[in-house]
Design a protein around this ligand. Sequence first.
Ligand code: ATP
Length: 234
Amino acid sequence: MLELTHLKVFHGPIEAVHGISITVQRGQCVSLLGPNGAGKTSTISAIAGIADYQGSIRFQGADLAAISVEDRQRAGIALAPEGRRIFSNLTVKENLLIGAATRHDRRAVRSDINHWFESFPVLGERRDQSAGTLSGGEQQMLTIARALMSKPQILLLDEPSLGLAPLICQQVFRLIKELKSSGMTILLVEQNVRDALDLADYVYLLNSGHISNEGDHNVFGNDANLMAELTGIH
Ligand code: ATP
């Protein structure tokens, strides 16, 4: 469904990712793990169309090179960015409506918003409050819900657990697990290795812009040396 081939990602003159190849099949949860500065966000940003790149990104068979950010969204790519980038001055409901900006089925949009308000009553109770008043975990739920409002074919999740208390993290991972069970294709960037391995069908380990290892999640989970490298716990 998504195929990155010899992908290099640039921030101005800086090459952050040095020619990586990644495949995500429909219905899979693929996890991109690695330390700070490895190039995970750069990779996901290139897929979303917000970072310059060389090499190819193909989605459902089509090369995305000349495709704008908006058209990538229309094609079914949604990004839930790192750092809970909600529109804090807009209400919870307005944030969700922005996520649906590429859709024209207004009635279905309203029904999807109501679905989120039922699934996460705290969002429903605060629907008319500015999103900035939500807690960190609630904002993370809103970030994911907003991305899903575009009815994507693939969800790019950038460090959804970052900065959240352990209990809230578990709620976020429960949501991701439910999405996976519902058949959503997910590319998950995480530093929370154990939870990411728990969810992932396939794992790529990124180090300094290169893929240093890849494999089935069992391969990673059962390799003590690799786990030590990933978690820093020896
Ligand atoms: P983190 O977990 O800290 O977000 P990451 O694996 O997502 O790390 P990236 O954010 O992709 O890593 O960063 C990869 C490299 O690119 C780093 O060396 C970083 O300093 C550099 N970089 C990222 N964004 C920019 C930018 N806007 N301008 C210049 N350099 C950047």
